[in-house]
Design a protein around this ligand. Structure first.
Ligand code: PLP
Length: 409
């Protein structure tokens, strides 16, 4: 690697990150390990190229090769998700949402989105986010008793508030989302419907989660979570919104697209179209269910009572430990997860009463149900006992697991 000589400080940090990824259990639900071909594409010379515009209609010369990869990415995305139009240029999931909102709405319009505290994302209406600052936000949440979306309550709010856009999708909701029901609600109140499938895109692509495409005007996603691609975003929509979406991404909200990342998105979609991606995604869901069952058998309370996706949310209140404390203790043992608010959380967002766990990265590493059962025991021991001896023992077990399942790109 040339960087070793030319910038040893950055080189060392990258090497240490490689080491960290190899020697810890990555259980952050929004993370994954990108395969070598994705790293190669996103580390390629396509980073050099300015390509404002779209394939065949660029504002710069020399775009023939980047046109090839963007066209491949678009065509593969359309095949993978069965959508009429795909824009692969958003730099991130947040950029995809900004561009989609501004394509469909005027500033000040009413957006109904899931509250962050109930599992929604910042871009679904948080007061400090562009969404909450530029649109009138009507939040909806989940039922207190079972932490599930109450579709009749969503309908009641929608009929009363008459939003211009309903946003469905979440960052920390372990159950499946019924997009058909959302579409019935949106048509009854005259709203447009956007599904943000950033988290579940890989499950949707594999047919393991209800498909939003037939029911939504626009679908946004990230490519780096369950889809296992490069860090980035994408917007899919019906043909009638295509021109508005494209204009909103460029020139509306972005300049030159990240062509190296778009090349990697094309590779990601090819991988997700292959038969073995279905096996991978089934493994992710099966592992999440196994982890949930094993945690429950140890007396751990789970938000919604379990999982139907790739993620779980632990309600730590009965164990007398906060999300912040649990995250730190687990990290000391090499188990990487994140504190997360639970619905109606009495703790502040930087403390929280919850812990979010996901299985996409461990499944990429080749781990299965037996490993999930072992990891569930390590986690429960740590968060129940909270002592150095338990953490030390777990750290040893984590090292063994990492050696047994080396990270192969
Ligand atoms: N939408 C949802 C549901 C998410 O969970 C996330 C990220 O976690 C995003 C959007 C934003 O993606 P990004 O971090 O790429 O901006």
């Amino acid at each position: 690697m040339k960087i070793k000589k030319r910038d040893p400080e950055v080189y060392r940090a990258i090497k240490k990150e490689e080491e960290r990824e190899n020697t810890t259990l990555e259980m952050i639900a929004s993370e994954n390990y990108a395969p070598a071909e994705i790293l190669e594409a996103s580390g390629s010379c396509m980073t050099d190229k300015y390509a404002e515009g779209y394939p065949g209609k660029r504002y710069y010369g020399g775009c023939e090769n980047v046109d090839t990869v963007e066209t491949l990415a678009i065509e593969r995305a359309k095949k993978l998700f069965g959508c009429e139009h795909a824009n692969v240029q958003p730099h991130s999931g947040s950029q995809a949402n900004i561009a989609a909102y501004l394509a469909l709405l005027k500033i000040g319009a009413k957006i109904m989105g899931m509250d962050l505290s109930c599992g929604g994302h910042l871009t679904h209406g948080h007061p400090l986010n562009f969404s909450g600052r530029n649109f009138k936000i009507i939040p909806y949440g989940v039922r207190k008793e079972d932490q599930l979306i109450d579709y009749s309550e969503v309908k009641e709010i929608a009929m009363r508030e008459k939003p211009d856009l309903i946003v469905t999708g979440a960052s920390a909701y372990p159950a499946k989302i019924d997009f058909e029901k959302f579409s019935e609600i949106a048509s009854s109140c005259g709203a447009l419907l956007l599904a943000d499938i950033a988290h579940i895109a890989g499950l949707v692509a594999a047919g393991l989660h209800p498909d939003p495409v037939p029911y939504c005007d626009v679908v946004t996603t990230t490519t780096h979570k369950t889809l296992r691609g490069p860090r980035g975003g994408m917007i899919m929509c019906r043909e009638k919104y295509a021109a508005d979406i494209d204009r909103s991404v460029f020139p509306g909200n972005q300049g030159g697209p990240l062509m190296h990342v778009i090349a990697a998105k094309a590779v990601c979609f090819k991988n997700a179209l292959a038969d073995d991606f279905k096996n991978y995604a089934s493994g992710v869901a099966e592992n999440a269910r196994a982890l949930a069952e094993a945690l429950k058998s140890q007396g751990v309370t789970l938000v919604t009572g379990g999982t139907e996706t790739h993620l779980l949310l632990l309600d730590l209140r009965p164990l007398g430990i906060t999300g912040k404390e649990a995250e730190a203790l687990l990290q000391a043992a090499g188990i990487i997860a994140n504190k997360n608010s639970i619905p109606y959380d009495p703790e502040k967002p930087l403390v929280t009463s919850g812990l979010r766990l996901g299985t996409p990265a461990l499944t990429t590493r080749g781990m299965g149900v037996r490993e999930m059962e072992l990891i569930a025991l390590l986690i429960t021991d740590i968060i129940k006992k909270k002592d150095d001896k338990t953490v030390l023992y777990a750290a040893g077990e984590v090292k063994k697991l990492c050696r047994k399942f080396p990270l192969k790109r």
